[in-house]
Write a protein that binds this ligand. Structure first.
Ligand SMILES: NC(=O)c1ccc[n+]([C@@H]2O[C@H](COP(=O)([O-])OP(=O)(O)OC[C@H]3O[C@@H](n4cnc5c(N)ncnc54)[C@H](O)[C@@H]3O)[C@@H](O)[C@H]2O)c1
Length: 386
């Protein structure tokens, strides 16, 4: 097929993770890259043979592109996505979708008014075990799902000093400041949304190289209540001295349960009442042959080589499909905010000693901020200084 969808990437380091997918997907061609750092831009553009290079995002957004991939630091996701949407581009943005409530609203308005496709690139929802568990949940094999966990444990004190925006936007704020990888897959399994959160932390035990305490408590736990009455527990830890575990999840329903590996020789474990007479764990992979969705049956070589367990390939593939078929993006703007907002609201809860706080549904917001619960109409939540 002709490569008819022209793609530009902003934010060269993370953006490079999408290049092979864009070059592999038959309908897309990578035309342009943008980064304010010319050295970083040229290194990536040379490596991938991209001719058009921009150091000003607006210039790239004005050019003749169909899709823009936003992979700059967190607070830029909304300003750049909004500009691109308003200039008639489809947008796939890195996580999280937004960094305050005003940004959520600006994004929703731009999506509603532009009629262009917006997707948040929540790559953990495409990882092979997460896709299989989603399918089993969708078919009702866990029964009624009511409890889940997601953990993002990723020691990145050193990375904070290299990618300095992390020091402000991830470890410089308190609460679950990076929620989508842990919450995204579990929300899809629940087919539900979070309506309130309480967040508490484990205190401060580390200092940055300047001797300053990290504003984010070392480990924070966010308890989420879902609309259907279930519970999801999120743990975020970017500071503790320990090996990573970015992909621990669990799920409990009336007819079955699942637990991801805790690391070091552990396995994906499942128990389903319809299949297992004994109350012992079995391998998740026993269900692969019968239930694995098509995307993971014969994945292209590129998917297997793509970062984040194939996620970086599949999210581009599915985003392009939704543009071509004019269907709902797999993680559209409202899904993106369902995965992002519990983190933003957790910051207000932890500030208030763990008080439960409501999580708004932006599908229902027509007038902003008047339609928000009064308790959220706080300056620090509405708009964080960039
Ligand atoms: N989904 C995932 O698994 C995953 C993994 C890593 C990072 N991320 C996300 O990707 C984003 C980037 O993370 P990173 O680790 O690559 O950060 P980074 O700091 O390494 O890269 C960000 C790049 O953006 C450029 N930039 C900054 N302001 C810009 C502007 N106004 N216009 C154009 N370019 C600009 C910087 O020069 C830098 O090269 C973050 O939002 C992060 O949360 C997601």
């Amino acid at each position: 097929m002709k490569k008819e969808l022209k793609v530009g990437i902003v934010g060269a380091p993370r953006g490079s993770g999408f290049v092979r997918a864009i070059q592999t997907v038959s309908e897309t061609a990578l035309i342009a890259m943008c980064d304010i750092r010319e050295d970083v831009l040229n290194a990536s553009a040379d490596k991938f043979g991209v001719e058009k290079r921009y150091t000003e995002f607006e210039e790239m957004a004005d050019s003749d592109l169909d899709i823009i991939v936003v992979s700059t630091p967190m607070p830029l996701h909304v300003p750049q996505s909004v500009m691109a949407l308003r200039k008639g581009k489809h947008v796939i943005s890195e996580v999280p979708a937004a960094t305050d409530l005003n940004q959520c609203w600006e994004l929703v308005q731009a999506v509603r008014e532009s009629g262009k496709k917006y997707m948040m690139a929540e790559n953990y929802t495409y990882m092979k075990p997460n896709v299989l568990v989603r399918e089993l949940a969708r078919r009702g094999l866990f029964g009624e799902v009511y409890f889940g966990e997601g953990e993002y444990i990723h020691e990145l004190k050193e990375l904070n000093e290299i990618t300095v925006w992390r020091r402000k936007w991830q470890t410089g704020r308190n609460g679950n400041t990076y929620p989508t990888h842990s919450l995204g897959p579990v929300l899809q399994w629940f087919q539900d949304r979070v309506v309130s959160v309480c967040c508490m932390g484990s205190g401060h035990h580390y200092k940055d190289p300047r001797g300053n305490i990290y504003e984010n408590e070392d480990s924070t736990t966010t308890m989420c209540k879902t609309k259907k009455g279930g519970q999801i527990i999120l743990r975020l830890d970017m500071l503790s001295n320990r090996p990573h575990n970015l992909t621990y999840y669990s799920l409990q329903g009336t007819k079955g349960c699942y637990e991801a590996p805790r690391g070091f020789g552990d396995n994906h474990k499942i128990w389903l009442a319809d299949y297992h007479k004994d109350l012992t764990w079995h391998s998740l992979w026993d269900f692969e042959a019968e239930f694995m969705p098509d995307m993971w049956r014969n994945p292209p070589e590129e998917a297997l080589r793509a970062g984040h367990g194939g996620g970086d390939y599949f999210e581009i593939r599915e985003f392009v499909d939704c543009i071509i078929k004019d269907t709902k993006p797999p993680v559209d703007v409202y899904d993106a905010l369902d995965m992002t907002l519990p983190g933003l609201i957790s910051e207000e809860s932890i500030r208030k000693g763990g008080m439960p706080m409501p999580v708004p549904d932006f599908r229902e917001i027509k007038h902003f901020p008047d339609d928000l619960p009064k308790v959220l109409q706080k300056k620090r939540l509405l708009s964080v200084n960039l």
